[in-house]
Design a protein around this ligand. Structure first.
Ligand code: ASP
Ligand code: MG
Length: 245
């Protein structure tokens, strides 16, 4: 099983979702596809929740609980669309509501994943719903009471890393709107160059120094199981991208 993760930019409109399907159709292995909310949907849902309770203190637990119930709908919706379109073009897949298997505590907006429980739930779910392609949500999880949670902004990369860990995946590919990982921020540093291969330590260091290429929590689960991470340009799948291992 390979994990493919597509961010919001990769599903921002119909044209992008068509292009996504062409990437999927080139893959022969079993796939777990992790998808973010479309475009800037999460920002909009965040603003919407704020408008409902403009005076709620930022740390308010009840507000954070409501935030997660609203904001998580972005991913539930985008994955429904992607799954339906892939089925429509013959890429038969199973849509999975990850909130039923990725079990977290109730620290809303930055929930912690219970890896052991989630692994059992996930493996049992897949055994009961056999498929070659699964489509599921990044960024969100669920409590034992059935409430939805979020794992922290931009957390979909982390979801991909967790799923890979729990399923002993052969690799994780993050399809991004950049050619790969650069030695420095190419917008700021003139001689920044694309790195084709690097270690997890090097990648984690770049992220620690402020590079926003991969969510920082993504590395540990992959390092623990020696699962390679590939950063690939969504618009140019023929390009090599960056292999992190
Ligand atoms: N949609 C979520 C966000 O924008 C998660 C993600 O994109 O990784 O924060
Ligand atoms: Mg996003």
């Amino acid at each position: 099983m390979k994990i493919y993760k597509f961010g919001g930019a990769a599903v921002k409109n119909a044209e992008c979702i068509r292009h996504l399907s062409s990437i999927i159709s080139d893959e022969e292995d079993d796939l777990m596809i992790v998808v973010s909310a479309m475009g800037k949907t999460t920002n909009q849902l965040e603003e919407f929740t704020r408008m409902l309770y403009p005076d709620a203190p930022f740390e308010d637990a009840q507000y954070n609980q409501l935030y997660d119930q609203v904001v998580s709908t972005g991913e539930l919706q985008s994955t429904r669309i992607v799954s339906a379109y892939l089925n429509h073009v013959g890429l038969t897949n199973h849509w999975m509501d990850i909130t039923t298997v990725l079990r977290t505590d109730n620290a809303f907006r930055c929930a912690n994943v219970d890896i052991q429980t989630s692994t059992s739930l996930l493996r049992a779910y897949l055994a009961n719903h056999p498929a070659h392609i699964y489509v599921t949500q990044g960024f969100i999880g669920g409590t034992s009471d059935g409430l939805r949670t979020t794992l922290g902004r931009e957390g979909s990369d982390y979801t991909a890393g967790l799923l890979a860990y729990m399923l002993d995946a052969t690799s994780v590919t993050l399809w991004k709107d950049v050619p790969g990982v650069f030695s420095a921020d190419p917008r700021k540093v003139k001689d920044a160059h694309l790195i084709h291969e690097m270690s997890y330590q090097e990648a984690a260091q770049l992220v620690e120094q402020g590079a926003q290429i991969v969510h920082h929590k993504t590395f540990k689960p992959l390092m623990d199981k020696h699962i390679p991470l590939i950063v690939k340009p969504f618009m140019h799948p023929e390009e090599q991208g960056t292999l992190i291992h």
